[in-house]
Every structure is written in structure tokens, then in C-alpha cells.
Design a protein around this ligand. Structure first.
Ligand code: 0L1
Ligand code: MG
Length: 283
């Protein structure tokens, strides 16, 4: 519960419940931040309440993700701030594994770089030696899924919605490669290259994403831990995930990671509160 500028009481746990239920039912909801009158700080509190709901279901916090770390991503959704979200074990898909697009509203995929964290500084202090802070690096895929209608949101909306986090896959961990600040990145769908980019698109150097993560999450009392995964951000815009698609991200010197979109249940299964039609039809 918090009090907004007008003195109204806003129930942050109730906002988290609405987002959580939208994700569970795979049904989009209208944006809620403006109506509820919440700012970015309150939105991070909603995000924390969303995590609490996952932990109560037995999930484990395994790391953090950065969002909107590239111009392409900012332009794609019209929000111009770097944000962060929380990752749990239930979101982690094995490399080469499957995801069911029918369990999501309007899923998109994007190629990323992941770090396996080691010794991190105290919250809000700069990451000194990157090789102390990061044990290994890997190519990654993130599946994002906004819980809002038409994938449209304000900054507090997307923060409350856990930075659109849904699923992620990580390739084989590698020692930190030379030239991490400018490695070529490809996103393939069914063997066809659909996006090309460079790790330089991630805040000029993905290492900067870790600095930003430590700083921004530290503001909300979150300290990263050794053994956590850190998704540094996407190197290209995200593309819609179509049923049946085979998705592969390739990062120069790091290798590849893949997943397949396989509809296992009926899309829009009424047991999950869904409606008939394609994933797009549910926005
Ligand atoms: O991981 C991301 O960059 C996503 C951040 C939230 C905006 C979006 O849903 O594209
Ligand atoms: Mg991402």
C-alpha cells in the first residue's frame, strides 16, 4: 500500500496481482500506472510484489535482466530509459529447449549477452574490475512479453511488469572474450537471419549494463550475488515469436543459443482463461 500525490491509497500488491494474473491467463490488460497514479519508484515496488508472488509459488530468484539498453529497443517501444527486472528459475529454458507461445500474450525474442556473476561491489558502487565481477559470458535469447494491450506502455507500466520478462535461454558459458564491446550478433528465425547487430548496441559496451544494473537495482536495495545470471540487454530490436519457429542467436566468439516455439496446449485454452486465435489476437 502507498499514498499517491493526491492522497489516494494505491494497493501495490493488488497491481502486482493484476499483472500476475494477466501473465498466467495470457490475456492482455490495459495499462495501469496512470490510472493508479504510480511513479517509477512505486512501479519497482509493484515489481518486487510480483516477485514475491513467484517466490510464494516456489520459484527461485536467479538473477536480473536489463531492459531498453539499446537505441533500437527504446525506439521499438517508445520508452527512453534503461530499466531492470528480476529473473527466476521458472523463466529459464534450456539451450535448444522449447517454449509454448500459447502461454504468452504477444511474445517476442531478442538476442542478448549473459554474464555469470562473481564478486560484485556493494550496491551503487561502480563495478571495479570486470573480471572479478563476471565469471563467464554466454550468448542468450530473451523472450519478452508485455502484459499490456498492444505491447504499449509507459515507463512505470513496463517497470511494474518486470521489464516484460517472460523466458530466457543461455548458451554455453565462455571465458570473457577479447573485444566484448563490439562482437557481431545475429538473430535467426528458421535458419534465416532476421536481425543483425553488435554488442556495441548495448550501452556502447555490455559491461556498462552491469554498472547500470548495480547502480539502478542498488537504489531499490537489491544486491546482486555470485552465481546469479545477468542479462545485459538486447543487441537488436525484438521480433515476434511465431508458433513452430526455430530461433537462434549467434554472438561472435561466444557461439550460439537456440529455442523452438512449440504449441503444446490449445492456444487460448479456456482453462487458462484464454481466448481462441493467435497470440497476436490476444493483445
Ligand atoms: O528486455 C528488454 O529490453 C525489454 C524491456 C521492456 C520493453 C519491451 O518489452 O520491449
Ligand atoms: Mg531483453
Amino acid at each position: 500500500m502507498t499514498v499517491d500525490g493526491s492522497g489516494e491509497r494505491v494497493d501495490l500488491a493488488e497491481l502486482a496481482a493484476r499483472l500476475d494474473e494477466a501473465a498466467g491467463a495470457a490475456i492482455a490488460i490495459p495499462q495501469l500506472a496512470a490510472v493508479a497514479g504510480i511513479d517509477v519508484d512505486a512501479a519497482y515496488a509493484v515489481q518486487a510484489a510480483l516477485l514475491d508472488r513467484r517466490l510464494a509459488r516456489g520459484e527461485r530468484l536467479v538473477g536480473l535482466k536489463m531492459g531498453l539498453t539499446s537505441r533500437a529497443k527504446m525506439a521499438q517501444v517508445g520508452v527512453e530509459e534503461v530499466i531492470w527486472g528480476r529473473l527466476t528459475d521458472a523463466m529459464w529454458v534450456p539451450d535448444g529447449g522449447t517454449v509454448d507461445p500459447g502461454l504468452h500474450i504477444h511474445p517476442r525474442v531478442e538476442p542478448e549477452v549473459a554474464f555469470l556473476l562473481d564478486r560484485l561491489p556493494a550496491p551503487r558502487e561502480p563495478v571495479g574490475d570486470f573480471t572479478d565481477a563476471v565469471r563467464a559470458v554466454a550468448p542468450a535469447l530473451e523472450l519478452i512479453d508485455s502484459r499490456y494491450t498492444n505491447f504499449t506502455f509507459s515507463l512505470p507500466d513496463v517497470v511494474a511488469d518486470n521489464a516484460s520478462a517472460a523466458r530466457f535461454a543461455i548458451g554455453a558459458w565462455q571465458p570473457v572474450p577479447a573485444g566484448l564491446e563490439n562482437l557481431g550478433v545475429l538473430l535467426e528465425v528458421d535458419g534465416r537471419v532476421v536481425q543483425t547487430g553488435s554488442t556495441a548496441a548495448i550501452l556502447g559496451d555490455p559491461r556498462r549494463a552491469l554498472d547500470e544494473g548495480v547502480r539502478l537495482a542498488g537504489r531499490h536495495g537489491v544486491r546482486m550475488r555470485a552465481g546469479w545470471v545477468f542479462l545485459a540487454g538486447a543487441a537488436t530490436a525484438a521480433v515476434p515469436l511465431r508458433p513452430g519457429a526455430h530461433i537462434r542467436a549467434v554472438v561472435e566468439r561466444l557461439g550460439a543459443v537456440s529455442l523452438r516455439a512449440e504449441v503444446r496446449g490449445l492456444p487460448g485454452n479456456p482453462d487458462r482463461g484464454g481466448v481462441a486465435g493467435s497470440a497476436e489476437g490476444r493483445s
